[in-house]
Ligand binder design. Structure first.
Ligand SMILES: *[C@@H]1O[C@H](CO)[C@@H](O)[C@H](O)[C@H]1NC(C)=O
Ligand SMILES: *[C@@H]1O[C@H](CO)[C@@H](O)[C@H](O)[C@H]1NC(C)=O
Ligand SMILES: *[C@@H]1O[C@H](CO)[C@@H](O)[C@H](O)[C@H]1NC(C)=O
Ligand SMILES: *[C@@H]1O[C@H](CO)[C@@H](O)[C@H](O)[C@H]1NC(C)=O
Length: 264
């Protein structure tokens, strides 16, 4: 009698998992990102818990995970992760200057139904020798010196909306002559595009000129760090796989990083 009721209750739960409000936790997101870093530094994917409908995407193309970057071990000189609890996704950037091929990589990890215990998608933009302004050692030197610590005063954090708008306006600069003026440029800010350095970051900006909007935008927004990363296809200049990351501090853009792969 009792066990019958119990089994019924379990069956109900199992059939309608989406009716349970499970929060996507920062801890869960960071743990999954950590498992990705461990896989990448070992070149072994067996430690990754992948969902049944897992997708691996590299440079905007879905491929078999065993054919991608994760099949090779890379020693990392730097790694940094931001987390988006609303989208249940994370963004990890890492740099490897040693080994047979240097890499600067931006990876978004996505989870379905707030299940951080399983990875639904690994979405990587990976730049190496020959890609736009590529020089991993130079990039490492600039980025290592930056401050990406959590903004401790929570009322001073930029909102999700502000971050999304900044990410979009940045990518719209090539097609919309007015987009650059909507971005809150800081005077003390730097832009690292590949290894090309511009300070202040609001100097020499595009004001339209292309008729093709940058497409395939995927976002990871982290208010606690004040960052947005957008993976996209940089259609305004060519069908190039791209990552644009922006950090806003005290209401102004502080850092911009770009990773652009010169092939489609
Ligand atoms: C996922 O978590 C977010 C944030 O806690 C919550 O708003 C949303 O309802 C959750 N979604 C599901 C499908 O559980
Ligand atoms: C499986 O993943 C693909 C690609 O991410 C997606 O388009 C599709 O809707 C997913 N299917 C299910 C059943 O979740
Ligand atoms: C990733 O970065 C953290 C923080 O800087 C560091 O402690 C850790 O050792 C790094 N992991 C790898 C695999 O390099
Ligand atoms: C926190 O940020 C808010 C909004 O910018 C500001 O008004 C307040 O003075 C800050 N508090 C501290 C302790 O710095």
């Amino acid at each position: 009698m009792h066990s019958g009721i119990l089994l019924g209750a379990i069956a109900t739960v199992a059939t309608f998992p989406s009716t349970i409000a499970v929060a996507c936790t920062r801890e869960g997101l960071l743990a999954a990102a950590q498992s990705y870093i461990a896989a990448q530094t070992s070149g072994k994917t067996d430690g990754l818990v992948l969902s049944s409908n897992f997708t691996y995407q590299q440079n905007n193309k879905a491929i078999d995970i065993s054919k991608g970057l994760l099949a090779t071990a890379y020693k990392m000189d730097l790694n940094r992760t931001s987390a988006d609890e609303i989208e249940c996704a994370s963004y990890t950037m890492w740099i490897s200057t040693t080994g047979s091929k240097p890499y600067v990589v931006g990876t978004q990890i996505r989870h379905k139904d707030n299940l951080t215990s399983q990875i639904a998608m690994i979405d990587t933009v990976a730049a190496t020798t020959g890609d736009l302004f590529f020089d991993a050692k130079k990039t490492l030197g600039y980025i290592k010196a930056e401050d990406w610590t959590t903004i401790s005063n929570s009322s001073a954090r930029p909102s999700r909306d502000v971050l999304k708008k900044a990410g979009d306006a940045y990518l719209d600069m090539w097609t919309d002559a007015k987009a650059a003026d909507t971005i809150p440029w800081g005077t003390d800010c730097e832009r690292v595009e590949g290894s090309s350095y511009t300070r202040p970051c609001g100097a020499s900006l595009p004001h339209g000129g292309s008729s093709k909007k940058n497409g395939m935008r995927r976002y990871v927004i982290d208010e606690s760090i004040g960052s947005v990363d957008v993976l996209c296809q940089f259609d305004s200049l060519g069908p190039w796989p791209d990552s644009h990351e922006i950090r806003i501090v005290d209401g102004k853009v502080k850092y911009v990083h770009t990773i652009t792969v010169m092939k489609s």
